[in-house]
Design a protein around this ligand. Structure first.
Ligand SMILES: Cc1cc2nc3c(=O)[nH]c(=O)nc-3n(C[C@H](O)[C@H](O)[C@H](O)COP(=O)(O)OP(=O)(O)OC[C@H]3O[C@@H](n4cnc5c(N)ncnc54)[C@H](O)[C@@H]3O)c2cc1C
Length: 414
């Protein structure tokens, strides 16, 4: 595949842009592959990419029922941070964050990583203590964060109201190298690199069944016919329970809607990401000038990819308390995704009761930030049977009571 470069842009400008190659192919499925991955979201594509790049496994098909990146990967608010409390979480999220730093160069695709800094506001004494504890833990884990006072919050984000009507801003957990990236570009960049390695990305191909013999996977049934494989990666986010049922096991997962919305574009007014978990909303400004806004999940299970109106209302109300200047903004559009939430708010990257079937799910409201680290570790798990990055995230933790409790870091926010 021809590399993207400033020279290529200039050359194609002179040729009427007639020389660009297709970024990825549209192949028909082969009868069998070494590895099949269900789900062409960020995690599935990153897994395939690192299987090829790190382990030389390229006889891989990634099956997608819709279009690649059309699930949560293309629906999220793109916050990237690694300020989690537990060591296992900090390790995988920080691996992901550090890979994001150079992902554009690695993939030769501009994913627009913007390490503009992420702050999580502390608005109760409990939150102050919680975030101070996380900052201490992060220092031990090698994750760069600090607890900052209200004046520094105001310096970093002048549009914040420190004395909100319900909760004052008492400080914040600040991660200066957290930020955002362009979500579609992450999916597209990985997809292009996978296609370049000869992998098949097969869109409009829904998996409808999992075939096994003697407790070992042999392939999948799809809307484009049966496809054989000796290893199967299930990476389908909100539909994990559905696909697990096809394979014959159950997951400790709930699938719930999560929504986001954007305002009309305005001039640059904030250059950091702010999360206000007590009033429950978060906001950043996109390159186009829109305010990108998110809140919490709906309190019921659903597969509708849209959320309730009252959640939108609560989120906007929370953010108007925090940023009064947005009260006159018009909201342009909103959308929803189905997120897969575990009881301890940590992901599952695991072998399963069916030999050869691996599951990567449970990223809930916060898996975009984890895509490169998840792909890195899950590819290792699938290739070698174990990975230091994923070791703690097995399904067995739910039967052994060995939870990785991230409900403060991940339960509400992103
Ligand atoms: C509104 C919203 C805001 C969010 N904000 C953030 C944020 O700011 N920061 C953050 O880190 N995370 C955020 N997240 C979470 C993040 O988007 C997800 O954790 C992440 O994108 C999951 O990626 P994935 O590749 O696992 O899933 P997906 O991108 O959903 O990919 C799974 C794919 O599997 C396909 N699939 C499902 N079933 C089948 C089948 N039977 N056959 C074939 N294909 C199938 C789906 O079509 C889908 O494309 C947010 C999520 C939402 C919904």
């Amino acid at each position: 595949m021809k590399r993207y470069s400033a020279f290529a842009v200039a050359r194609e400008a002179l040729r009427g842009n007639a020389g660009w190659q297709r970024a990825w192919g549209a192949p028909e499925p082969r009868p069998a592959y070494d590895v099949v991955i269900i789900g062409a979201g960020g995690h599935g594509l990153a897994t395939a990419y690192y299987l090829g790049k790190r382990f030389g496994i390229t006889n891989v098909a990634i099956l997608e029922k819709g279009w690649l990146g059309g699930g949560n990967t293309g629906r999220n608010t793109t916050i990237i941070r690694s300020n989690y409390l537990q060591d296992a979480s900090a390790a995988i999220y920080e691996k992901a964050r550090s890979l994001y730093e150079t992902l554009s160069q690695d993939l030769n695709y501009n994913i627009m990583f913007s390490p503009r800094g992420v702050m999580m506001l502390a608005q109760t004494h409990h939150e102050v203590r919680g975030y101070q504890r996380t900052a201490f833990a992060n220092n031990l884990q090698g994750v760069e964060t600090e607890f900052i006072g209200p004046q520094r919050v105001k310096e970093l984000c002048p549009i914040i109201e420190l004395k909100g009507p319900r909760y004052p801003v008492m400080g914040a957990l600040w991660q200066p190298r957290g930020g955002t990236a362009r979500h579609d570009a992450v999916a597209w960049g990985y997809a292009r690199a996978c296609s370049d390695m000869g992998m098949h990305i097969i869109q409009q191909c829904e998996v409808t069944g999992v075939r096994s013999e003697g407790g070992k996977v042999t392939g999948v049934e799809t809307t484009k016919g049966p496809i054989g494989c000796s290893k199967l990666g299930v990476v389908v986010a909100g539909h994990s329970g559905v696909v697990a049922e096809m394979a014959g096991f159950r997951l400790p997962i709930e699938s719930v809607p999560l929504q986001a919305l954007v305002s009309e574009p305005i001039k640059p007014c904030m250059d950091v990401v702010v999360m206000a978990n007590t009033v429950h909303g978060y906001m950043s400004q996109s390159d186009k000038g829109e305010m990108v806004i998110g809140g919490g999940t709906d309190g019921y299970n659903a597969y509708t990819q849209r959320g309730s109106f009252h959640h939108l209302e609560e989120t906007v109300r929370a953010l108007i308390e925090t940023f009064p200047m947005i009260s006159r903004l018009k909201m342009l559009r909103h959308w929803g995704g189905i997120v897969d939430v575990t009881g301890d708010r940590s992901p599952i990257l695991s072998k399963t009761p069916v030999e050869g079937v691996f599951i990567n799910c449970g990223w809930g409201t916060g898996g975009f930030k984890a895509i490169p680290g998840s792909g890195w570790g899950f590819a290792e798990l699938m290739a070698k049977g174990h990975s230091p990055l994923t070791a703690e995230f097995g399904l067995d933790r739910f039967t052994e009571g060995r939870f990785i409790d991230e409900s403060v870091a991940a339960g509400v926010a992103h």
